[in-house]
Design a protein around this ligand. Structure first.
Ligand code: 5GP
Length: 189
């Protein structure tokens, strides 16, 4: 953990940096190497869960020096607050069938686990060879669902975090690190 870079425009809204850009880069390159070894010869379909996954999946697949394909899905929790509602809406499906494929789901953060449970249940009906889950951040304390996360970057404290793809009301996704928002941002709107 370190002090936020208050001298940047966006950094001024961050109370605490939890995972620096350097720590994330080093973790993602380790994860990519381990995933490449695991999926060598299997040509996995790496599926990013939009929107928050975009920096993570871009860095992760570039750290996987094997043949693979990339696709995206989009689901959304109802509501615009800072807590999961448990109700998930399907917005964008995969482009191709996944029967017989090795699927790696890439998530920015797992909180209650409801989104992933919903997604994996829906995808298993399409008869993939395997489905594994890779998340940069895991809020283990907030978990209500019994789901398996085979690949995780960091265990994240049970606070609302932003940056490296994660937003608050659509903002802060472009921060290069992950941090906790200053509570004054919630009150300003
Ligand atoms: P779950 O269904 O596991 O409760 O929630 C997963 C989704 O909730 C994530 O993909 C993310 O969109 C959102 N989420 C959960 N915790 C946080 C957080 O601390 N910050 C942000 N920005 N989004 C979060």
């Amino acid at each position: 953990m370190s002090a936020p870079p208050q001298d940047t425009r966006l950094g001024a809204s961050i109370a605490e940096v939890l995972f620096s850009a350097e720590a994330i880069a080093s973790k993602v390159s380790q994860m990519g190497a381990a995933l490449a070894a695991h999926y060598e010869g299997k040509r996995p379909l790496v599926v990013g869960i939009l929107n928050g996954c975009f920096p993570f999946i871009a860095d992760l697949v570039r750290a996987m020096d094997i043949e693979l394909e990339v696709d995206f899905m989009s689901v959304s929790s109802y509501g615009a607050g800072t807590k999961s509602t448990g109700v998930v809406r399907f917005i964008k499906d995969l482009e191709e069938p996944i029967e017989g494929r090795h699927v790696l789901l890439v998530e920015d953060i797992i909180d209650t686990g409801l989104t992933l449970r919903y997604l994996t249940e829906a995808l298993y009906t399409r008869k993939p060879a395997s489905i594994e889950v890779c998340a940069l951040l895991d809020k283990q304390q907030a978990r209500t669902q019994n789901i398996e996360v085979q690949w995780r970057g960091f265990v994240c404290p049970d606070a609302f975090v932003v940056g490296y793809g994660l937003d608050y009301a659509g903002r802060y996704r472009n921060l290069p690190y992950v941090g906790v928002l200053d509570p004054s941002v919630y009150t300003k709107g």
